[in-house]
Design a protein around this ligand. Structure first.
Ligand code: NAD
Ligand code: MG
Length: 383
C-alpha cells in the first residue's frame, strides 16, 4: 500500500485530497492542520493515520483529548510538523497556506519522496532552492495548482525546446465586473467570493486582486524553468480552460475541465498513470461559448509586480510573497483598502531593493526566512 501524508489536511485542498484518499487503499502516515482540531482528529481517526499534527502548540491538549484511545499519536508545533515530514511516505501533499508550507515541503524532498505541491508560496519564495533540493535527493515535485497541472499534463511527451509560450488562464476574480472606481470600497467579504472555484479565503481574495495569478506566473517560471517572456496570462471568465501551451509549429494545446481541484490532485495522486477521478464531466454543448480577454493592468497591478519579480529573481520572490501576505492580513483587518494592497507590496519591494536586500545568486533557507520577516515588518511599517 502506498504511504501518504497530507499537510494542510483541514483546508480546502486538504479536504479534497482526503476525499480522494478515502476512496482508495492508502496507508495514511501523517495529517496536519491548524486550529480546526475536531476536523483533524475525525479525519485522522477515520483514515487511521499514524500521527495528527496541529501547527499550533497551544492546541496540543485539545488534539490529545480528541484522539484519546484512538491509537493516533498527537503532536503540535513547527518542529513536530517537520518531524512529520521526515516520516517515510511515498507521496506527500503540501497544502498548508502561506510561507509556513515551505519547511515541511523542503524536509519531505530531502527524503526523495514525491511531493504534490499545492503550496505555490514555496515556489514563489524559494523556487530555486526547492527545485535544487528535489534534484539533489532524486525527489519529484508534481504541481497541484490547476493551471500548472494543466501545463504539466500538456507537456507529457513533448520536447521543451519546441515550446514557444505557456499561457495560464485566470477568471479575473469576484470583482471582475465592478467599475474600477468602486474597487477601493470592496470589503473582504465581497472580495472573498469566487465566481467559479470554491477555495480557501486567502487565495479567493488573491484571485480578486489577481495576486494569485501573479504568484502563478512566478510559479510557472520556477517550476518549468521558462524565461518570463514565454509566460503569459489571459482572462477566461468561465475557468474551463486552465492553461494552454503554444508550440513552434503553431499548435496551441489547451487543457479543459470543470473547476474542481480534485482533478489536479487526482492527477498528482495517480501519476505517472491516470486513474478515475469523480469530477463532473465537461459538456461543451451546454457550455456553448468560451470567452477571453487581456487583463487590464490598471485593474490588476499585481501582474506588473509579477513581471518585476520574474525579471529580478534572487530574494524578490520571498519579499513579494511576504509583503503580499502582510498586505492581505492588513486588508482582512480592515486597516487598508483592497486597492492599497498592490501599491503597498510595490513599496516594500522598492525599499528592500534600495537597501540592496533582494540580490542573491543562490538561496538558502535562512536568507529566505530573513527576507520574509523583514518584508512583513516593512509592510506593516509602511501601511
Ligand atoms: P485553506 O486556508 O483552506 O487551508 C490551509 C491549511 O493550512 C489548513 O489545513 C490550515 O490549518 C493550515 N494552516 C494555516 N496556517 C498554518 C500555519 N501557520 N502552519 C501550518 N499550517 C497552517 O487553504 P487552501 O485554499 O486549501 O490552500 C492551500 C494551498 O493550496 C495554498 O498554498 C493555496 O495557494 C494553494 N492552492 C489552493 C487552491 C484551492 O482551490 N483552494 C488551488 C490552487 C492552489
Ligand atoms: Mg491556480
Amino acid at each position: 500500500m502506498r504511504r501518504v501524508s497530507v499537510f494542510g489536511a483541514t483546508g480546502s485542498i486538504g479536504q479534497s485530497t482526503l476525499d480522494l484518499i478515502g476512496r482508495g487503499a492508502y496507508d495514511v502516515v501523517a495529517l496536519s492542520g491548524g486550529s480546526n482540531i475536531g476536523q483533524l482528529a475525525r479525519d485522522a481517526i477515520r483514515l487511521r493515520a499514524d500521527v495528527a499534527v496541529t501547527a499550533f502548540d497551544d492546541k496540543l491538549s485539545d488534539l490529545r483529548d480528541a484522539l484519546a484511545g484512538s491509537g493516533v499519536a498527537a503532536a503540535a508545533g513547527k518542529t513536530a510538523l517537520e518531524e512529520a515530514a521526515d516520516r517515510p511516505a511515498d507521496w506527500i501533499m503540501s497544502a498548508i497556506v502561506g510561507a509556513a508550507g515551505l519547511t515541511p515541503g523542503l524536509r519531505a524532498l530531502r527524503h526523495g519522496t514525491t511531493l504534490a505541491l499545492a503550496n505555490k508560496e514555496s515556489l514563489v519564495c524559494a523556487g530555486p532552492l526547492l527545485m535544487a533540493e528535489a534534484r539533489r535527493h532524486g525527489a519529484t515535485i508534481l504541481p497541484v495548482d490547476s493551471e500548472h497541472s494543466a501545463v504539466f499534463q500538456t507537456l507529457v511527451g513533448e520536447d521543451m525546446a519546441a515550446v514557444e509560450k505557456v499561457i495560464i488562464t485566470g477568471s479575473g476574480g469576484g470583482l471582475r465586473d465592478w467599475p474600477l472606481a468602486r474597487l477601493a470600497e470592496a470589503t473582504p467579504e465581497q472580495a472573498g467570493k469566487h465566481p467559479n472555484w470554491d477555495m480557501g479565503q486567502r487565495i479567493t481574495i488573491d484571485s480578486a486582486s489577481m495576486m494569485n495569478k501573479a504568484m502563478e506566473l512566478i510559479e510557472t517560471k520556477e517550476f518549468f524553468g521558462l524565461p518570463p517572456e514565454m509566460i503569459d496570462t489571459i482572462i477566461h471568465p468561465q475557468s474551463l480552460i486552465h492553461a494552454l501551451v503554444q508550440f513552434n509549429d503553431g499548435a496551441l494545446m489547451a487543457h479543459l475541465g470543470t473547476p474542481d481541484m480534485r482533478h489536479a490532485i487526482g492527477y498528482a495522486l495517480n501519476w505517472p498513470d491516470r486513474g478515475p477521478v469523480p469530477v463532473e464531466r465537461l459538456d461543451l454543448a451546454k457550455v456553448a461559448q468560451l470567452d477571453f480577454h487581456a487583463p487590464d493592468p490598471a485593474r490588476y497591478p499585481a501582474l506588473d509586480l509579477a513581471r518585476r519579480v520574474m525579471g529580478q529573481g534572487g530574494l524578490s520572490g520571498a519579499a513579494f510573497n511576504a509583503a503580499k501576505e502582510a498586505a492581505l492580513d492588513l486588508f482582512l483587518a480592515r486597516a487598508i483598502r483592497f486597492t492599497d494592497m498592490a501599491p503597498l507590496v510595490a513599496r516594500v519591494l522598492d525599499q528592500m531593493d534600495a537597501d540592496n536586500r533582494l540580490e542573491a545568486d543562490t538561496l538558502s533557507l535562512d536568507m529566505v526566512q530573513d527576507t520574509d520577516t523583514r518584508a512583513r515588518q516593512i509592510a506593516r511599517d509602511l501601511a
